[in-house]
Design a binder for this molecule. Structure first.
Ligand SMILES: Cc1cc2nc3c(=O)[nH]c(=O)nc-3n(C[C@H](O)[C@H](O)[C@H](O)COP(=O)(O)OP(=O)(O)OC[C@H]3O[C@@H](n4cnc5c(N)ncnc54)[C@H](O)[C@@H]3O)c2cc1C
Length: 488
């Protein structure tokens, strides 16, 4: 499955040795690190790219290839009126090499961009190996590089490097395990059934800080029964099944007794349902998750159920029948830093401006988002060593909004986040239909990206927001920053 020539040592071909050429180090040759290396090299910067596999494997990777997809082979939606599709359109306009490789190795998958994972990783491995400005070092980086650098070592960052990052950031600014509760869009909550209130009326907002979904006894017991019968995701060997007691998955809590949830995260104390005038038997509380109040998380509802099961069972809760989930619950090993405290929106460290972070370690979720953040970090690290100001993308763009979110959200509530329309600033005149609204978000994002690229001197890929971009089917010509052109 793996080609021994692709791993095991630094490549031999003539690597640029111009001592005057600006140089950066990148740690990790996953989705983010590979994209960053190709972007920086395209800008004329020499790159030392560190990848510890196969010398040291991670618990999830299977091969020695760069940009290996550890789980699903899908990069998500293609259509530009979907959050993931818009992100990919922006990546296309910015000249993403990971996206170009994904398009070149795409498989039939309806509206999704699924890839032949082996061909995809092989193409990017070869592209990196053949690049005269990239020196691939098959070694574990056990310390932070001294000069200008990007850390893109991913959710399974090696222990030694995690220790070095913690020494820079402080132990409590580095997280190792995710216990994520699902997030839904506000507009998909049925407020005819749910109600706003804080327990005992003690909230900061007059109308109440929480949205509450009330359950009567029958609805609660039916919910618990489904929860106990539902299929759970397998934890990998390295993840174990020891949970923090204060952070138990709801299905584990429910297995301790039928009323355990009603005495735990679903306790109804201090709440009166204005629709009935009574205290509900149990309550699911939803807490605002973004400044725009377009997203709400399900308080205390971390879960490890399979994703399809989560959607089915959570929609049994009154008020969530039509819920649109922008994130589902997860419990898995995931190393990420406290980006809101540590990074600015260019992805540079606030305390060490020549040190950038990219990929999952920043708290950006999803293959496309990880590669996209590598793209921005690659551009910005190259600009930094060439004495140029970093690029901060507008918040109206999906990538700009993601970078803004992970670097500016409330640090106390920071959890990884993938692309979604709830991150974008509201539209001035939002169309009523959801599809038209999402298209309007996309049009604004692409126009805003085009303007930012002009202002930042970044090479554009044609008329952003024009018909080709809107089509979102990945079939337009890509103008590569290196001056080449491929048909995607
Ligand atoms: C088990 C698991 C399953 C996931 N499944 C999905 C999914 O299905 N879909 C999805 O969108 N996202 C998924 N993710 C989340 C995330 O999108 C992927 O992990 C993605 O690969 C992250 O990209 P990255 O570039 O940040 O990290 P990676 O792709 O993991 O790349 C990081 C690289 O750094 C290397 N490295 C680590 N430490 C060092 C060091 N000290 N020195 C040198 N090299 C080092 C690693 O070997 C690795 O190659 C999953 C995550 C995990 C952990």
């Amino acid at each position: 499955m793996t080609n021994p020539n692709r791993g095991g040592g630094s490549k031999a071909p003539a690597v640029d040795s111009d001592p005057g050429r600006p140089r950066i180090s990148i740690v990790g040759a996953g989705l983010a690190g590979v994209e960053a290396a190709l972007q920086a090299a395209a800008a004329g910067v020499a790159v030392d790219l560190w990848e510890m596999r196969p010398v040291r494997q991670t618990p999830a990777h299977q091969t020695d290839r760069l940009a290996e997809l550890v789980c699903s082979n899908s990069f998500g939606a293609r259509q530009v009126d979907r959050a993931g599709g818009l992100l990919k359109e922006e990546m296309r306009l910015l000249g993403s090499q990971v996206l170009a490789a994904a398009e070149a190795n795409a498989l039939p998958a309806g509206g999704a961009l699924a890839v032949d994972r082996e061909a995809f990783a092989a193409q990017l491995t070869d592209q990196v190996a053949a690049h005269p400005l990239i020196h691939l070092r098959r070694e574990e980086a056990r310390a932070l590089p001294e000069g200008p650098a990007i850390i893109a070592s991913g959710p399974l960052t090696s222990e030694a490097l995690a220790g070095a990052i913690a020494a820079l950031t402080g132990e409590d600014q580095l997280y190792f395990f995710d216990a994520l509760a699902p997030i839904v869009t506000f507009e998909s909550i049925d407020m005819g059934k749910a109600f706003r209130a804080s327990r005992y009326g003690r909230g900061q907002e007059d109308e109440g800080d929480y949205i509450n979904c009330p359950l009567d006894k029958a609805a609660y017991e039916a919910f618990v029964a489904e929860l106990l019968a539902a299929e759970r995701s397998q934890l990998r060997d390295f993840e174990g099944d020891t949970y923090f007691e204060g952070c138990l998955p709801i299905e584990v809590l429910a297995s301790r007794g039928t009323r355990a949830l009603a005495f735990g995260p679903m306790r109804p104390v201090g709440l009166t349902d204005p629709h009935t005038g009574r205290r509900p038997y149990a309550v699911l509380q939803l807490r605002q998750d973004n400044v725009a109040a377009s997203l709400y998380n399900l308080v205390g509802f971390q879960t490890n159920l399979k994703w399809g099961e989560q959607e089915r069972i959570l929609r049994l809760i009154p008020g969530l029948e039509q819920a649109e989930f922008v994130r589902l619950g997860q419990m898995h090993r995931n190393t990420f830093i406290a980006s809101p405290r540590l990074l600015d929106a260019s992805l540079a460290s606030r305390s060490r401006p020549d040190l950038f972070f990219a990929g999952q370690i920043t708290g950006i979720e999803g293959y496309a988002g990880n590669a996209a953040s590598g793209l921005l970090a690659g551009i910005n690290a190259a600009r930094a060593v060439m004495g140029k100001d970093p690029v901060v993308l507008p918040r109206e763009t999906m990538l700009g909004a993601l970078c803004h979110y992970v670097t500016h959200c409330d640090p106390e509530r920071f959890q990884p986040m993938k692309a979604n329309f709830g991150l974008l600033p509201p539209l001035e005149h939002p169309p009523r239909s959801k599809q038209e609204r999402y298209q309007a978000y996309a049009d604004r994002a692409l126009a805003s990206l085009a303007a930012a690229m002009d202002a930042g001197g970044l090479r554009s890929n044609g008329p952003a927001g024009g018909p080709a971009a809107r089509r979102g089917d990945g079939r337009q010509a890509l103008a590569l920053p290196m001056g080449g052109e491929v048909q995607a």
